[in-house]
Design a protein around this ligand. Structure first.
Ligand SMILES: [Zn+2]
Length: 210
């Protein structure tokens, strides 16, 4: 069944008070030295492009180290506007790279995407979607992520049902990825508003790698 973002208050939440997305106010945080420890260890190979009706999802595989632990890349999908809000300003788009480790723990690497030059890989995703080509071969994630990622690390939840908690969030605010106005308009006219409302922080620790 298609997710209805206009009726998200009715989404069943059988979990607790560690939900995502959240508002991040940097003036509440003490910056840490160093970088967000997200290191892709291989190309991310995309397998299939799926129309999820509220977003595009691309399944794939790849390897990464996240805060020193090995994770497998599973899928990437897109939200517009961004779900997380930093210092009161939503970004144009938020890209979610969903990772899972051997014991089923989830880590989502979120890229806060601003409007800027058109991105060629994102254009390929659009063009393939339009032409109905769903099979993929290779995708170089390193184009989208700096070798020194900056941003935030906290514990939250999936932002779509089942809204499962215990999800580790790595919110990157210095991604190399930008989209231009045409790409943004294409996505928004196709999928409309696909972002969840902000959830209470409830005293959670947010690490800020400035
Ligand atoms: Zn998402």
């Amino acid at each position: 069944m298609m997710l209805n973002y206009n009726r998200q208050k009715n989404w069943t939440n059988n979990f607790g008070n560690q939900q995502s997305p959240i508002m991040i106010n940097t003036h509440d945080l003490k910056p840490k030295k160093g970088n967000l420890a997200f290191k892709p260890k291989s190309h991310y190979v995309l397998i299939r492009e799926v129309d999820e009706l509220t977003t595009i999802k691309l399944t794939g595989r790849g390897k990464a180290n996240i805060f020193g632990r090995p994770f497998d890349f599973k899928q990437v999908h897109f939200h517009s506007q961004s779900e997380h809000v930093i210092d009161g300003k939503p970004a144009a788009m938020e890209v979610h790279l969903v990772h899972e480790n051997k014991i089923g723990q989830l880590a989502v690497v979120a890229l806060m995407v601003n409007e800027g030059p058109a991105n060629p890989e994102f254009q390929q995703i659009i063009d393939r979607f339009e032409s109905g080509m769903i099979d993929w071969v290779d995708f170089d994630i390193t184009n989208w992520v700096s070798s020194e990622s900056k941003g935030f690390h906290y514990l939250g939840s999936l932002t779509t049902p089942p809204l499962q908690e215990g999800v580790e969030w790595i919110v990157i605010n210095n991604t190399m990825l930008t989209v231009d106005g045409d790409q943004l308009n294409w996505f928004r006219s196709k999928f409309h508003k696909d972002y969840r409302a902000l959830q209470p922080r409830n005293g959670r620790v947010i690490e800020w790698y400035k």
